[in-house]
Design a protein around this ligand. Structure first.
Ligand SMILES: Nc1ncnc2c1ncn2[C@@H]1O[C@H](COP(=O)(O)OP(=O)(O)OP(=O)(O)O)[C@@H](O)[C@H]1O
Ligand SMILES: C[C@@](O)(CCOP(=O)(O)O)CC(=O)O
Length: 446
């Protein structure tokens, strides 16, 4: 019997707008958290000292002694190990307690990993219906192929959160100071585990949910990254307010995100390296493209907020506008309407298309396939489906994935799925999750 149980989940992320720009703190990005979540369940047992971490999807268990040395032969998991070590140092310094006697279980919703192999083996197509029938936290994966939802950020965030909760370093209410602590600890642990300091939007989405994000200065965590850490040095960094900024947003009422995983992937760090090199050698041209991207990214954020206001101030008119648009193919949407909400939706459509145009411009000029031609053809075809507002390549782009925003309707969802599954140039398959809005949450373990 466990003496104590703590369980915290954290969502995945989709960076709709702001890829590359958000590496620079003067720009912001629009990031949505997903319904797909990562779960960490921690049991405390006074009858033992060792720590066992079980991951059914990785079909692995990692066992550590009370000095956090791994004692079993499983291939080490640096993300899990570092999270345990750093939280332990923090708790020893802050609460004079060491972590020991733990049974931890970590699992992710299926969308974090491609389920194609599992379905193929059963001669099933990757339709929404079949994907929804795959057993929750499916263990039967021959290969773990990530879909780009940010598994390591969600893993570290949920694990750090549930460890802190286990030792009462945060509360079940998840107050703003609790969230700040989980964010700051998870953020630097994730950077350290990945061996690079990115913008941190993935950990921020895992903690706070859908948001407009601008990054923290890397200098904030420099000491923790460059040197061996101690409880004192960790405490000095994690218990202060950082200079990142988070403004909550959500998708407007009646709008859903459709995500597709593309089999042919891209290596994000190489894309980032090439874009940064090009930017430093072509500063004037880069500034022009970054400014136009920034303009459209900000416009997107403004429109999402404005549509939310429109819905809350006059629901009938808003629903009427949605109904009107959902019955038309996108090329027939027109700003001529005298309905202000229709105009906002038409602007949303053209803003998504401007973001894509600027990304293509960046692709051509930097010589980096951010929206490769294959994705252009796919996105163009999807953008002409009735009820689809627009879409793009999330995050760093490349061949990994696409997202679409669409008016919520079964007819539209069915047509999107049909088109993806029939697409021949690329192997495209849907994920089942849409936007989730929320960040970390306590959950009851069943
Ligand atoms: N279910 C899991 N169980 C244990 N460890 C996991 C699990 N999921 C992810 N991890 C850890 O996260 C690491 C992957 O992190 P990495 O930073 O390479 O991917 P990522 O950028 O988060 O991927 P993506 O955004 O595509 O999901 C794995 O090597 C493993 O250590
Ligand atoms: C290119 C970049 O801005 C976004 C990468 O996003 P993703 O991992 O492709 O979802 C890098 C970063 O923000 O750390």
């Amino acid at each position: 019997m466990a003496d104590r149980v703590a369980a915290i989940s954290a969502p995945g992320k989709v960076l709709m707008a702001g890829g590359y720009l958000i590496l620079d703190s003067q720009y912001s990005g629009v990031v949505l958290s997903t319904e797909a979540r990562f779960y960490s369940h921690v049991e405390r047992h006074s009858s033992c000292d060792d720590i066992k971490v079980h991951s059914p999807q990785f079909r692995s268990e990692w066992i550590y002694d009370c000095n956090l040395q791994q004692t079993n032969a499983a291939q080490s998991n640096d993300f899990v190990h570092l999270a345990l070590e750093e939280v332990n140092k923090y708790l020893q310094y802050k609460l004079s307690t060491s972590i020991k006697g733990l049974r931890i279980s970590i699992g992710a919703d299926n969308d974090f990993y491609s389920q194609r192999g599992y379905l193929e083996k059963r001669n099933l197509e990757a339709t929404y219906e079949n994907l929804k029938k795959v057993p929750k936290i499916n263990k039967d994966l021959e290969n773990i192929n990530k879909t780009g939802l940010g598994s390591s950020a969600a893993l570290i965030t949920s694990l750090v959160g549930s460890l802190l909760l286990s030792y009462d370093a945060i509360t079940r209410e998840l107050t703003s100071s609790d969230l700040q602590l989980v964010h700051n600890l998870a953020q630097y642990i994730h950077c350290k585990a990945q061996g690079k300091v990115g913008s941190g939007f993935d950990v921020s989405a895992a903690v706070y949910g859908s948001q407009i994000y601008s990054r923290f200065s890397p200098a904030v965590i420099k000491d923790l990254i460059d040197q061996p850490t101690s409880g004192e040095s960790i405490d000095a960094v994690v218990n202060k307010k950082w200079d990142s900024s988070v403004h909550k947003i959500r998708l407007p009422h009646g709008v859903v995100m459709h995500l597709a995983d593309i089999e042919h992937g891209s290596h994000t760090p190489s894309l980032v390296k090439k874009v940064n090199e090009w930017r430093s050698n072509n500063s004037e041209q880069a500034q022009e493209i970054y400014s136009s991207l920034d303009y459209s990214n900000k416009k997107l954020a403004e429109l999402l907020a404005a549509l939310d206001v429109s819905y809350n101030s006059d629901k009938d008119n808003y629903l009427h506008a949605l109904d009107h648009l959902s019955n038309k193919i996108p090329s027939e949407w027109s700003t001529d309407s005298n309905n202000a909400v229709v105009k906002q939706f038409v602007e949303l459509k053209s803003t998504l298309s401007s973001i894509r145009a600027s990304f293509r411009n960046l692709s051509v000029n930097a010589g980096v396939p951010i929206e490769p031609e294959e994705q252009t053809r796919l996105l163009d075809a999807c953008s002409s489906i009735q009820g689809v507002i627009g879409g793009g390549v999330p995050g760093a782009g490349g061949y990994d994935a696409i997202y679409l925003l669409a008016i919520q309707s079964t007819v539209t969802a069915t047509e999107i799925e049909r088109q993806w599954l029939a697409w021949e140039e690329l192997s495209v398959s849907p994920l089942v999750c849409s936007e989730g809005f929320a960040g970390i949450e306590c959950y009851e373990f069943k």
